[in-house]
Design a binder for this molecule. Structure first.
Ligand code: ADP
Ligand code: MG
Length: 752
């Protein structure tokens, strides 16, 4: 590496006293190790490949199926995939056999149902292709039954109370809409079959099932609405998603010297570095060789898995980066994002780096999110949120747009709840991520159109002040791809899609997309009902559309905000408009279990009351456990790692004063005594704060209600943790650098 950042410039006054602090030596060793690192080589071939040669080479995709399956089987499979119909079970054996032969020819020895339990991570249990025979031998076999159904003994996954222990077994089932793939690792290859995961009684125990159901709900509502508008051509409507992923990379040697990063994914201590992101010199800067090697290597692995990663760049914070894929259907985008996170973690380690996906690994610089770009497409390849060129297309576009506005206005609280987590709480609401107040950015031009529609004017101001005429058939000549940008909005229209920016970087995008799909499906249902009832009452279709749009936009215009979402004025204005501002997970989650929400999810067949309730519980439990772990770590590290270093310094200072006094008896040492007194008092305060936290941890909460318990962690434990950190970070800036036991931000964020 050619990194020339120098680690320590401050002379060490106390080295003569020779007090040993092993942790601080580790810190120096880590830096030394990094300076001596040689760049890790990329995977064989990943320096020199054609994307077209390797893209999807480890995926059992349609091309491969067309080659390997008998024609009628292939046709039947593709038909059910395209129409979203149930698969003919009689073809399962044939598909399974072809899949097995293909996987074995690629070197796979095992297969697994790859699923997404409610931990938010992916899960897999590998089985070999070998099965025993009657004569005690073994043959290689993979039947249709193996493909369709798995019975992992999965009783340790969270179920939020759905599964009682007597029926603890969960079942995994093949999701044919997401292609099977081969996961390579250094020591072997495994055929992974994307699957759903449910209980014996059919309750969804995972994140994929509700997402698939929400796509169906959206399809039903959208087709009905399109038909009503006179567009009978599409036979299927899907939601498309392109999630932009932010992440940090730090050197593994530092990572391993930070127990907080190892155990909680974020730095629980650390003073703000003198240089943060204020110079704005990292964003889109030239990418360092070592990081680029990591990126190219990850991309190579992802291409083989058919994950269409497209853009890469440096993000705002030092050591922060972003990757964005080409969009796909929401289900596949979600699977691919899970794979991407996994490949990033693995590849980083190969390069002596660690990939941090936490929402806020380092306070004082930006956190990481996942911008969930979302749109609607029909099976003819049309983006339904793309302003069209004819009046009829634009009328349809406006109805779609209004549906999304209605959805976000009526159910913004559900979007907020869908991204609630302990990690994301550090990000939402700060001056970097979108605020917790959910609003929609439309841009000036579309906002003018909305205002004209609401007021019944026949003209709106377009780009550059040119008028747009609004006629009977609604909206001629809407300029396409309005390039206005607003980076502060949580839900921004960006030309032909919406970008939901509040999703957390470590989070699965399944639930946020499930919510987006279901609320838009509901909004479309409401709008279709209204248009239909006007028409039934004898109103002309266009007049009815205009009337419904006017009424809907009038009522829900309040959700549109094009200004700076970080400003204090917006917080005041939003509160006047009655928009909720759920700042924390504990405030945000309860709306998931209201009667209205329950009816919404149940009526669209996405989640039953029980299933919804289980998600609420799991999200709360997750919050509680995360904060509890962080609290223990904070107390632990404060007491056993940071405090000893501080006491060392105190003792050195005391010894220095005593030694100096005995050498020169009448010398005045006022300032140095003051330093010692000040230090002692800081250490005392620090110690007291640890005691407070410790007591809270020991006593725990005496709440039996999950929400109250979560509230205890939010309002007491987190506050006590912050206090400990405040003192520790102050001491970091006070004591001898050579004694400080953990890598500092100014090192971790810059030396890699
Ligand atoms: P922007 O500059 O608005 O961020 P980009 O073209 O860079 O737009 O796209 C950002 C992300 O949005 C990419 O992941 C891309 O695949 C995704 N995206 C683009 N079009 C769509 C769409 N129709 N539906 C869903 N995602 C989309
Ligand atoms: Mg973007």
């Amino acid at each position: 590496m050619t990194n020339t950042t120098h680690f320590e410039s401050k002379p060490n006054f106390y080295s003569g006293l020779n007090v040993k602090t092993t942790s601080s030596q580790n810190r120096k060793k880590a830096t030394q190790q990094i300076m001596n690192r040689e760049q890790t080589n990329n995977s064989a071939n990943s320096n020199d490949f054609k994307i077209s040669d390797i893209f999807g080479s480890n995926v059992f995709n349609r091309q491969i199926m067309a080659q390997l399956l008998p024609k009628p089987v292939y046709k039947s499979l593709v038909q059910s995939l395209d129409k979203g119909e149930r698969l003919d079970p009689s073809i399962a054996d044939v598909v399974a056999n072809a899949m097995k032969d293909w996987a074995i020819s690629k070197g796979a020895t095992h297969f697994c149902h790859w699923f997404m339990p409610m931990t938010g991570l992916s899960a897999e249990k590998h089985d070999s292709f070998l099965v025993s025979t009657n004569d005690n031998g073994a043959i290689i076999e993979f039947s249709g039954q193996n493909l369709l159904l798995g019975e992992p003994d999965a009783s340790s996954f969270p179920s939020g109370g759905i599964r009682s222990t007597f029926e603890a077994r969960g079942y995994t089932g093949w999701d044919p809409t997401s292609p099977a793939f081969i996961m390579e690792s250094v020591n072997g290859k495994t055929l992974c079959i994307p699957s759903i995961f449910c209980s014996f009684s059919g309750h969804a125990l995972d994140k994929k099932t509700p997402l698939l159901r929400s796509m169906d709900a959206l399809n039903r509502s959208a087709l009905r609405l399109l038909k009503l508008l006179g567009n009978e051509a599409p036979t299927r409507v899907i939601s498309t998603v392109g999630p932009e992923q932010e992440y940090f990379l730090i050197d593994e040697a530092y990572f391993l010297s930070r127990p907080d990063l190892i155990n909680s994914g974020r730095a629980l201590f650390g003073a703000k570095p003198p240089k943060g992101q204020e110079m704005e010199d990292h964003y889109w800067g030239s990418i360092r060789e070592r990081v680029l090697a990591f990126m190219i290597d990850s991309e190579y692995e992802l291409y083989k898995l058919g994950v269409p990663v497209k853009t890469r760049h440096n993000e705002v914070a030092p050591a922060q980066f972003e990757v964005a894929p080409v969009f796909e259907t929401s289900n596949i985008a979600c699977d691919h994002n899970m794979l991407l996170m996994e490949v990033f973690r693995k590849t980083a380690q190969k390069h002596g780096l660690r990939c941090l996906l936490h929402e806020k690994p380092f306070s004082g610089v930006n956190g990481s999110g996942k911008h969930n770009n979302w749109s609607l497409a029909d099976d003819l390849g049309n983006n339904l949120l793309d302003p069209g060129t004819t009046p009829a297309e634009n009328s349809q576009f406006l109805v779609m747009l209004t549906s999304v506005i209605l959805a976000v206005s009526k159910f913004g609280h559900l979007l907020r709840a869908s991204v609630a987590s302990a990690g994301n709480d550090h990000r939402l609401g700060a001056n970097e991520a979108p605020p917790a107040i959910i609003s929609v950015y439309l841009g000036d031009m579309l906002t003018n159109v909305v205002e004209a529609l609401v007021s019944g004017k026949k003209e709106a101001k377009g780009k550059h002040g040119l008028p747009i005429e609004i006629g009977v058939s609604l909206l001629p000549n809407l300029p396409r791809h309005d390039s206005d940008r607003n980076r502060t909005s949580p839900f921004a229209f960006t030309g032909n899609k919406f970008e939901f920016r509040a999703v957390g970087s470590s989070q699965s995008i399944a639930f946020p997309n499930t919510v987006t799909n279901v609320i838009v499906a509901e909004a479309m249902r409401i709008i279709a009902n209204d248009i239909e009832s006007n028409v039934k009452a004898g109103m002309d279709l266009n007049a009815s559309i205009a009337k419904v749009l006017q009424a809907t936009l009038k009522e829900h215009q309040k959700i549109i905000f094009n200004g700076d979402n970080y400003s204090k004025e917006w917080h005041e204005e939003a509160s006047k408009r009655g928009l909720p501002n759920y700042k924390t997970t504990v405030e945000a989650l309860p709306c998931l279990v209201t009667k209205d929400t329950s009816e919404l999810f149940a009526s669209h067949g996405v989640l039953t009351h029980e299933e919804l309730n289980s998600r609420y519980k799991i999200m709360l439990e997750n919050y509680i456990k995360t904060v509890a772990i962080e609290a223990s770590l904070t107390a632990n590290l404060a007491q056993t790692v940071i405090l000893p270093a501080c006491l060392d310094f105190q003792s050195k200072l005391a010894m220095t004063i005593t030694a100096t006094k005995s050498a020169i008896p009448n010398l005045m040492l006022g300032p140095q005594e003051e330093m010692l007194r000040d230090l002692t008092s800081k250490i005392n305060d620090f110690y007291r704060s640890i005691e407070v936290l410790d007591t809270l941890i020991k006593n725990g909460s005496d709440n039996h209600d999950l929400l109250d318990e979560a509230l205890f962690y939010e309002q007491q434990v987190l506050v006590a943790m912050k206090e400990v950190r405040k003192h520790a970070d102050g001491l970091e800036l006070t004591i001898d650098d050579a004694l400080w036991p953990m890598p500092k931000f100014r090192e971790m964020l810059y030396i890699y």
